[in-house]
Ligand binder design. Sequence first.
Ligand code: SF4
Length: 898
Amino acid sequence: MSVPAMVTRTTCPYCGVGCGVLAERTPEGTITVRGDPDHPANRGRLCSKGTALAATLAADDRLLEPFVDGAPTTWPDALDTVAQRLLDCIARHGPDSVALYVSGQLLTEDYYVANKFMKGFVGTANIDTNSRLCMASAVAGHVRAFGEDIVPVDYADLELADLIVLVGSNLAWCHPVLMQRIVAARAERPAMKLVVIDPRRTATCDGADLHLPLRSGTDVMLFNGLLAWLAANGHADAAFVDGHTQGVDKALEAARAASSDIAATAQICGLDATQVERFFELFATNTRVVTLFSQGVNQSSAGTDKVNSIINCHLLTGRIGREGMGPFSITGQPNAMGGREVGGLATQLAAHLSLDDPAHCAAVQEFWQSPRIADRPGLKAVELFEAIDAGKVKAIWIMATNPVVSLPDADLVRRALERCPLVIVSDCVSANDTLPFAHVKLPAAGWSEKDGTVTNSDRHISRQRAFLALPGKAQPDWWIVAQVARRMGFGKAFNYAGPEAVFEEFARLTEVSRRFGRQLDLTDLAGMDKAAYDALPATQWPSPRQQARPFADGRFPTASGRANFIATPARTPRHAPSAEYPLILNTGRIRDQWHTMTRSARAPQLNAHEPEPFVDAHPQDLAALGALPGDLVRIVSRWGSAIGRARASGDMPAGMLFMPIHWSEQFASSARVGAAVNPVVDAQSGEPEFKHTPVRLEKLEVEWRGFLLSRRRVSAPAGSWWAASPGDVTRLEFAGRGEPPDAAWLKSVLPEAARAEWIEFNDTAMGNYRAALVKDGQLLACLMVSTRGRLPARSWLAGLFAAGRLDAADRRCLLLGRRQDVPDPGPVVCACFAVGANTITAAIQAGCATLEAVGGRLRAGTNCGSCRPEIAKLITAEATASASTLHPGANTGTLRAS
Ligand code: SF4
């Protein structure tokens, strides 16, 4: 489809699905965003985050000029300062005393220049990326099995498969467009089976044929059991194993040690033996099997073994290199794959070449014409910040990431940055939890302003194109690094005219990879001029000219040309629960936020679904604590703590807590869950064990709680717990001890309150204070505080801020927080159309018994589809409730959090 001149074809900046986006600018300057129907990843679909991209653009929180030592300055001064301070550090302490910590948000061109700068010119491999936190185990597993970091499956294979196994992946929330593709494929081909392997029952489990809620950290044992069972029951593909693999005997020996049969496997994994048998039978009887895995596999001290235990099963059955089958690593970030391709990890060289091979290093040095080349792996993310804390690394340049929130043992990261003599931060926001430690702040271009390429999880290279001018003095990251490199004396090698020149050089470098037998070969894209680069459509590698699909010919890029089985002995997570820390903390993402919320929280509709940090727990774990859903609870580990609102859910296994990763100190007072996560890493990949930290849960004793809705954000009462949900109306939840906030507090934080009309209610006997402030007929703010914990719903009041002038009935009901004649819509389920749970339930009760019927009446679930599992759950809950009314003994199912 050709696009009109005012429409820019680009790529979503959030997850590794890499959806194509059409951004349209009206003559008045309004931007709208929709899915690109021609992009092979999404064919026009977008999830809630992608749909809301336009709402993230008009931001007043941008870093717009460079700062050195707290003072604004010019680019030449900032670049000279960075170059000189890095040179001084290298001269005094050597190249390994400096490091870069970069991000899967960077474009391939940014990544390429940063990697070349460090490994070829500074002479150290101390450049690592936050992709280390999400998929380094997949990289290490691929390299061990295939000899190269190659994902051998396409998205189209998900539609061709007869069985999809999702392991450690809440695909419905974390990669929603792929989940929608699977749902659509299953609707067309109902015989297609879906198995979900996850300790939690997530939205992804809705509609699955089988959910295996295995014991945390036992994935290797399950797939070892599958491997042993497949071999024992005649399901091995002997011709493939004999002709194309090596090492099967040792892998089988290791597998049989703890997972010898179904009963042993079920016992060690905490599963029902009949469920395990059903999974094994499904795997054995369906040739077209895709096993898709994500952070639940990777983020483990046995992450690389988990990956290899999955790959082993595909190798044993020859289920790789053909349509509709294979082990499929889905990346979290938009350009984690591009970063891997150019060598953005401290353990890689560039273009899939190895730091451990002197011939590779020499060839890349020759290509770059660089004065030196790193010849050994650098520090991986967790090691890197430990080295900063220990004073070994003295200069760190952080690009497009927020390690004070996202790394494990995050308080150590904060301390390390406090101690570090030189912290440089390139970012597009003016405030996050990492920026306060920066000696030099560099304003970087963001999505919609920068130009380059990204590679998604199925190896499609897509263009991110600019459609807005660079704001203030912001510049692309590749330009910033190249300017610093030139000032450090490396000018000739960093004299790029634009991102197209960077990409062209990278594509030529893959000729070197090809010489060494690597399958990453972009030489078809070398020689592109700017016009061709600008027009580049989504392009998958390998190109059809090179190979139909990776491993289609049964050859693998190992020395022998055979794939390696890897022995994966059973191993439990590094830290076991104890009497002091009896529960397991699991962390992950939610549906509508991205990473540390610096972009996604700008879109009001994305803050509505989960407005506060929360802790999901099994009801019996909350009851044991004497806590109720809605209470504030503190998760405490050996490393730190975090606070969230307790929710009780039978979807959680007893003994496990779940807390999302997104909240930083910009949005809540104590919800950086990274502070509580253990810094244990996988020995092969260096990926942290985010899914398994022993913790205890404490109830936070508070004397009052309340909320403020206001047209602008204000600071919370001093010393209180708080969580802010920004938007056209900011929702500030708070709780604390001592004197509760009152009218005097409100006047102190909201000076315009002095000129407003106050509608107040102060019931000291019942411990309630309520105030609504009206100015020019419109609601200015609402403060509701209670010492008894009874507060009105927020949704009706929040809606009044957008409603313009209040009518008489609204005014009468302000302090009540609801109108008898206007139903409370309940918490938002559908972010695209702002449809609440109560509204959906009412529609179901009125006869809308299917997703389609609910969508037809309310539009809920008809745009991105991300909320469809939740709507389905409400339909099921209503059906169950009706059945138990008719048959009072019936099982009432899952107890949902309030
Ligand atoms: S699934 Fe959603 S977040 Fe991921 S790339 Fe597509 S639109 Fe963006």
